[in-house]
Ligand binder design. Structure first.
Ligand SMILES: CC(C)(COP(=O)(O)OP(=O)(O)OC[C@H]1O[C@@H](n2cnc3c(N)ncnc32)[C@H](O)[C@@H]1OP(=O)(O)O)[C@@H](O)C(=O)NCCC(=O)NCCS
Ligand SMILES: CC(=O)OP(=O)(O)O
Length: 331
């Protein structure tokens, strides 16, 4: 069984409730039809009955729960809770009501916060910033975690690198220019995500354009410091760097450039030095190597709310919903 089939089988056995707030996008309905048919999750769609009837095309979404913020019995409770959560930021009741009635992403996150749903998937027609801001503001980081970050599971066809072609890449979606401490936190969360979703031991490479001091620059020093911090905080984790991508993936290059490393040549978890590298890197592998790319998914957050690329397909939404359900199970 491939990665996503295993995830779907796990999702079916736990049947979590996932919110899809982008009821204006036809891909939501195409994915919803497939998810409901396959039974990977219960679904909540946000919008009025009329909006949804108009937008769903011919897709059959029988079995999905439709929640209309304008009439749902819990909207007043959500407004009061949002005011309470954001009062230090000056949020008034009027503002909270306006946000919740007009921005379904905020509404979906409030459903997760109030435990009326287990998780949410959005981002097919909203930018990552607009998708992640509500969950960062409302859900916050989970206890024991310093930072929320965003990762992809990449499944590369006909590839014997990584874990038979399966990798975690991070951060590809959220933190623009992480410090050494933040890179170390991204590495730790990514190792946990790899273990949780792929089920094998993570081997984490801290990527750079330098391998073990072959180049000198502040950008290289940043990754070297991150390696020191991550190793000190996670002494049992297989993590190494700084290293170039070829040293991380190709055994002969790893042996030549980083002799003795337990990660070089066999990395399955790739930590990019900044968001330029991470976002460009995952799209290169997705588009040129025709890899499946699931994400960007959040890690280090108090409840699973995951993003999508605006370039996603309905199949990608199906996959991210199944992964979100599995994350909910392990929350
Ligand atoms: C997500 C993002 C919008 C947050 O930045 P922002 O809108 O300026 O918002 P702020 O910095 O005010 O943060 C909003 C809240 O989230 C919290 N937050 C922001 N980043 C966080 C992180 N990485 N981990 C935990 N909390 C975070 C802040 O503490 C703040 O909380 P508060 O409002 O309770 O004080 C920003 O990081 C971003 O744009 N990232 C890049 C996204 C992107 O374009 N990706 C490329 C395509 S995938
Ligand atoms: C992850 C990502 O790059 O998202 P988008 O394509 O929507 O900007």
């Amino acid at each position: 069984m491939g990665f996503i089939d295993e995830i779907k089988a796990k999702a079916k056995s736990c049947k979590k409730t996932i919110v899809l707030p982008e009821s204006e996008d036809i891909r939501t309905y195409e994915a919803a039809e497939a998810i409901l048919k396959e039974g990977t999750a219960n679904l909540v769609l946000i919008g009025s009955e009329e909006e949804i009837a108009k937008n769903k095309g011919d897709f059959d979404i029988t079995g999905a729960t439709i929640v209309d913020p304008a009439t749902y019995e819990k909207t007043d409770e959500y407004v009061a809770t949002l005011v309470e959560l954001r009062k230090k930021k000056g949020m008034t009741e009027e503002q909270a009501r306006e946000i919740l009635l007009t921005n379904y992403l905020y509404y979906g996150v409030m459903m997760v916060k109030m435990k009326d749903a287990d998780g949410m998937v959005s981002g097919a027609c909203h930018s990552t910033a607009d998708t992640l801001r509500p969950c960062l503001q409302i859900l916050k980081t989970k206890p024991g975690t310093k930072l929320v970050s965003a990762f992809f599971v990449m499944v590369v066809p006909d590839c014997d690198m990584g874990e038979n072609g399966t990798f975690v890449f991070a951060d590809c979606g959220l933190n623009q220019n992480p410090t050494s401490e933040e890179l170390a936190a991204i590495a730790q969360s990514s190792a946990e995500s790899f273990k949780q979703l792929v089920g094998a031991d993570p081997r984490v490479a801290m990527l750079s354009y330098s391998t073990m001091g072959s180049a000198k620059h502040d950008d290289v020093t940043k990754v070297q410091e991150a390696v020191k911090i991550a190793k000190a905080e996670n002494p049992d984790l297989m993590l190494d760097g700084e290293m170039q991508l070829d040293a991380a993936l190709v055994p002969s290059v790893g042996a030549a450039k980083a002799p003795g490393s337990q990660v070089a040549g066999k990395a399955n978890t790739l930590i990019f030095p900044n968001l330029d590298a991470g976002n460009i890197g995952y799209k290169l592998v997705q588009r040129l190597a025709k890899a499946e790319a699931y994400g960007p998914m959040t890690q280090g957050i108090a409840a699973p709310v995951n993003d999508l690329s605006r370039g996603c397909s309905a199949k990608d939404i199906e996959g991210v919903v199944a992964i979100t359900a599995v994350q909910c199970q392990n929350q």
